[in-house]
Write a protein that binds this ligand. Structure first.
Ligand code: SP5
Ligand code: ZN
Length: 344
């Protein structure tokens, strides 16, 4: 299996985020990608290549133009306003405030396009997000001749909606790749999201699409980020009615008491959908030692995930998402990929 990796990710170093009422260094760090790169290399899983440049066209197929312009220019606007450090929104339009206006100033623009206060923007953020999206596109095109590919994306993407960022995500790498696979004629596309958190952005993007299935296993939003999407009663709308499947699970869930069965349920729904290709939003923040998460998967479960996915027999694109136990993300990602390779 080939891995696609863009070194541009190192320009995105978030600074600080809020955790339990205290400002702490960001959990989403550049080391995460480097550790996976090393683990992938050491495991001898295959070659590592740099992305091709597909330009902004495939990004526009998923995200709004005004949103992309904002992401591209916000850092220079921040600096021009005399700021330094990292850019965060100051106010976000909740109920009774207008979401239909794009304020002219930087603080208003940040609030307009953002849904949380944990996703700092710095000088290299746009380039890093752009590189990650290009890695996903490049890996998607590898499926023309290969059974599977791995996009080692950083920053992650599944929380980014059509015109909103948050949850460490700016461009929705998995959605951009899925749309690209559609355009390349792979038939219907299924997205399996195994990250600890619900992929609210991916769900939003494909909510009314009957040709793209979104199936996600995640922590119950009643207690966990992103809180306001990912409930079991969300099933899609319009042509997309029935092509969203959310399986929220309580804190503390392990493989034997729910996660393994949930995976099988999601895989059954994918099989019934009859896709021509599969995109896996591969988060490993389900590991029991993850610093911001609450599931209890252990080392031996990650190969089982890969093995079960391989049994679908589909061209499969793995897109890296979350996983914050820095020393272990490499082993766990490689565990899934290796389980896939040996399991088919
Ligand atoms: C891609 C991805 O995994 N994004 C996750 C973003 C989560 N950001 C908010 C996390 C809130 C953590 N607070 C939980 C504290 C428990 N120690
Ligand atoms: Zn996550």
């Amino acid at each position: 299996m080939k891995a696609v990796y863009s070194p541009l990710h190192i320009g995105h170093v978030g600074g600080m985020e809020l955790n339990r009422g205290a400002l702490v260094p960001c959990f989403e760090t550049p080391e995460r990608a480097d550790i996976i790169l090393n683990a992938y290399r050491e495991a001898g899983l295959g070659p590592i290549v740099e992305p091709e440049d597909y330009g902004e066209g495939p990004l526009r197929a998923v995200h709004e133009e005004a949103y992309l312009t904002f992401l591209k220019t916000i850092w220079e606007r921040w600096v021009a306003a005399g700021r330094s450090g990292f850019a965060l929104p100051f106010a976000i339009p909740g109920r009774s405030l207008r979401t239909d206006v794009l304020p002219e100033g930087v603080d208003g623009a940040l609030g307009h396009f953002c849904f949380d206060v944990g996703t700092p923007i710095v000088e290299g953020t746009w380039q890093a997000a752009y590189g990650a999206a290009q890695a996903a596109l490049t890996a998607a095109d590898l499926l023309a001749g290969e059974r599977a590919a791995f996009a080692l994306c950083r920053p992650p993407g599944h929380h980014a909606g059509r015109s909103v960022y948050g949850g460490y995500s700016f461009l929705n790498n998995a959605a951009i790749a899925a749309e690209h696979l559609r355009a390349r004629g792979h038939g219907r596309v299924a997205i399996l999201d195994v990250d600890y958190h619900h992929g609210n952005g991916t769900q939003d993007i494909f909510w009314e699409r009957g040709d793209v299935l979104y199936a996600s296993i995640h922590a119950d939003p009643a207690t966990d980020f992103p809180y306001f999407l990912g409930y079991a009663d969300e099933e899609g709308a319009g042509a997309g009615r029935g092509t969203t499947l959310n399986i929220p699970l309580p804190h503390g869930t392990g493989w034997d008491d729910g996660w393994g069965d949930a995976l099988q349920r999601a895989l059954d729904s994918i099989q019934a959908f009859g896709p021509g290709a599969l995109v896996v939003s591969l988060g490993v923040d389900t590991w029991d030692g993850d610093p911001i998460s609450g599931f209890k998967l252990t080392d031996k479960h990650f190969p089982l995930i890969g093995h079960a996915i391989a049994k679908l027999g589909l061209p499969t694109l793995f897109v890296f998402e979350g996983g914050y136990a820095v020393a272990e993300v490499g082993r766990n990602v490689v565990g899934v990929l290796d389980g896939f390779t040996t399991g088919r």
